[in-house]
Ligand binder design. Structure first.
Ligand SMILES: Cc1cc2nc3c(=O)[nH]c(=O)nc-3n(C[C@H](O)[C@H](O)[C@H](O)COP(=O)(O)OP(=O)(O)OC[C@H]3O[C@@H](n4cnc5c(N)ncnc54)[C@H](O)[C@@H]3O)c2cc1C
Length: 405
């Protein structure tokens, strides 16, 4: 016999979308249960970026000062090295927000911070090591989820199920949603290389003739993301490790004395990049948000921000009604209506970046700079556009859901 629990809302997935939605709904006095399949938030393949719009939200929630006490790095200007030439890409210092920077913080610290604050509300419960395996459906309305836990099977019944279980969502699969897939021509190789004194101070992107190496500063090591053509990993492996190491050095020469740390292919993980979007984000009793509704590429590092914005819109539009009872599918559709066009715009931009910049169709002559990049170099004011797009995103959300203490 499965254990049974009841809540007004059950959220599947404790990533950025699920934890933020859980925090905001609990804060608005909606009894909410978040189910996360892992035992902790400590996983490697996660973005590290907390954008100015998310920091603004932390301010609106009264959490910013405490949040910024967590170890983090602040990136005020985004610079790249394009075909060997340093290029300023985005200037965040002119943004109309309290924090004029992107904070780099391991995502597990961000999620631990949010969950520790959410647990202060009596209406919030988080169950780790609880993997949702199916939906409970009655008369074609979703009424809850079935999960497996180390203590046996669990059924959680709720007026609303929120699917925030990421790009490989079991919930949207079981929910029977149709999805449009946008071909992505790239994958990413993900690996660590140690940092040394004298290394460049900031996170860097190295573009070279249509190829890209990103180095994320994680204090004592560089988290490296190397963009490769989709399906190209086997060919890279066949060429051998020394050639791969040399290729990395050709992007960032300062790695030469330690690239040999990558002495086994097991230290290099393949991350498959997808961009897709559900046609409908909801049905009776079920709403999909974050990557579950729209898987994002790492291009621009905006997926976390978008997932959080979805969560804020969900709480703003649904919390009041949910407090007193079920919400209709028309209510749920309002979340999609609000969040779909920012998603379309960002995904459109990601597809463009993959096709024109990363895969090299726009790379032009050897050592030349693409025209758009040259414009950014010549006219500093233009760097505010990518800063707005990356830092705030289209239609930034503000916290409006009621707080009940
Ligand atoms: C290589 C790579 C690098 C990226 N880098 C960045 C970056 O730097 N900045 C950025 O903004 N975005 C980045 N992104 C995109 C970003 O990671 C996602 O857009 C973002 O994490 C989406 O958040 P989410 O909460 O919707 O989903 P997720 O972060 O995927 O969270 C889903 C959660 O649900 C849990 N879960 C899954 N299935 C179940 C289940 N059945 N039951 C219970 N729990 C479940 C998972 O364990 C996870 O905790 C990157 C993406 C990739 C592929």
């Amino acid at each position: 016999m499965a254990n049974k629990m009841q809540a007004r809302c059950v959220i599947v997935g404790g990533g950025p979308a699920g934890m933020m939605a859980g925090y905001l709904l609990a804060r608005a006095c909606v009894p909410v249960i978040v189910l996360e399949k892992h035992a902790d938030f400590f996983r490697d393949f996660r973005g590290d970026t907390i954008h100015p719009s998310t920091l603004e939200l932390m301010h609106e929630l009264g959490l910013l000062d405490e949040f910024l006490k967590q170890p983090h790095q602040e990136l005020r200007e985004l610079r790249a090295v394009v075909n060997g030439q340093p290029v300023p890409v985005a200037d965040f210092t002119k943004l109309p927000t309290r924090c004029k920077f992107i904070a780099f913080m391991p995502q597990w610290d961000f999620l631990n911070f949010l969950s520790s604050h959410a647990k202060r509300f009596q209406t919030f419960q988080l169950y780790m090591e609880t993997e949702v395996v199916d939906l409970l459906i009655e008369d074609s309305r979703v009424v809850g989820v079935r999960a497996k836990t180390p203590r046996g099977e669990l059924e959680v019944h709720a007026d609303l199920v929120i699917s925030a279980d990421g790009r490989h969502s079991i919930v949207h699969t079981r929910g029977g949603f149709k999805q449009c897939e946008f071909g992505v021509p790239i994958d990413v190789l993900w690996m660590r290389i140690s940092k040394k004194q004298g290394d460049p101070k900031q996170t860097l992107g190295f573009f070279q003739h249509g190829k890209l190496l990103v180095l994320l500063d994680r204090d004592d090591y560089w988290q490296c993301g190397f963009v490769i053509p989709k399906g190209g990993f086997d060919e890279i492996k066949a060429r051998g490790l020394p050639e791969f190491q040399n290729e990395l050095v050709s992007f960032a020469d300062f790695l030469r004395d330690r690239v040999a740390e990558l002495d086994d292919w097991s230290k290099i993980k393949l991350l498959t990049v997808q961009i897709n979007r559900l046609c409908d984000w909801c049905r009776e009793g079920l709403l999909c948000i974050g990557d579950s509704a729209h898987a994002m590429s790492p291009a621009g590092g905006v997926g976390i921000n978008l997932a959080i914005q979805d969560a804020v819109a969900t709480a703003n539009l649904l919390a009041e009604k949910l407090r007193s009872g079920p919400v209709s599918v028309d209510d749920l559709r309002k979340v999609q209506t609000r969040r779909e066009w920012p998603t379309r715009l960002i995904q459109g931009m990601q597809v463009f970046i993959h096709r024109r910049v990363v895969t090299g169709r726009a790379s032009g002559r050897k050592n030349s700079l693409p025209f758009v990049v040259r414009l950014l170099k010549w006219f500093p004011v233009l760097r505010q556009l990518p800063a707005r797009f990356i830092g705030l995103g289209p239609r930034p959300e503000h916290f409006r859901s009621p707080t009940v203490t």
